[in-house]
Design a protein around this ligand. Sequence first.
Ligand code: TXA
Ligand code: MG
Length: 321
Amino acid sequence: MQTIIGTDVQAAAQILQQGQLVAIPTETVYGLAANALDEKAVVQIFDAKNRPRFNPLIMHVGSISAISQYAIMNDLAQKLAHAFMPGAFTLLLPKLPVVPDLVTAGSPKVAVRMPNHALTLALLQQLPFPLAAPSANVFGYVSPTTAQHVYDGLSGRIPYILDGGACTVGVESTIVEVVADAVVVHRVGGVNIEAIEALIGKKVQLPATTVHKPVTSGQLKSHYATTTPLIRGDVKALLAEFADKKVAIIGLNTYYEGLPKAQQYLLSVDGNLTEAAQHLFNVMRQLDGKGYDVIIAEVFPDEGLGKAINDRLERAQVLHK
Ligand code: TXA
Ligand code: MG
């Protein structure tokens, strides 16, 4: 199959209406989309990515009002939706029967998101169905933040990549669930925890282990992983430990002594964590092709987008422990 990269929303819509896959740009990462209401279309997503079927998919919609066709929202869910959609924000909601079990991996809840990207919103608003879409990477690898990243991983496996430029947020959406009057965070991401807490006037919670929950990516090994081993921690100590290896550093804004600057990748010279998140996956992919023995990553400040950066880097290193 030949994979075309283009900016033609009509062409993308047509391919999706025929039950085929299209990679779509969002502000977080690129998604690999299919008609969410058509199991035959959705199953191709799992095949193209080599993704296990027990890992559920996020359903993307073109408006907040469309959500009520597929899921049930209580007042707190409505409040969150209106504050953070469109945006890097996904709500886990009780699903209506129209949503196929393949999308939710058998869970009674469906993850719903309205992305904030002009091309994909235009696409969603003209389609008569929502789009199921995981990140458009081969399962387990770093998520794509450009059309070229998608092409690098999936060329020959999908007909079309809708090119919407580089993703402006750069890490995946924050996934939350409303449980009674609490907001439970399943994945830290593009919307700050601090912003959610400011809206609801209290702390968010972490998922209780007793709650029924399908396996999420966080429980799987080697997620977001580079092929080159990646290790996170105190950079000076790790530099000493790997003194005889060819190493690269991923850091925020300060160079370390004892390693050429060309081997040090700073994510934001201004120390801005939002900008750092935007560059993270691109830098991880870039470094992966450069023949390093090991990538050493800083522990970023645990605030704002720094939480999402730390989460992704921590998961990236699991494989190599
Ligand atoms: O920013 C994003 O969220 C991107 C863009 C493309 O929208 N999507 C994305 O999808 O990151 P994916 O599949 O790579 O990650 C979605 C996560 C997975 O860990 C999955 O297990 C979880 O969301 N998830 C999806 N549906 C769920 C459900 N019904 N219950 C629990 N977890 C769910
Ligand atoms: Mg993913």
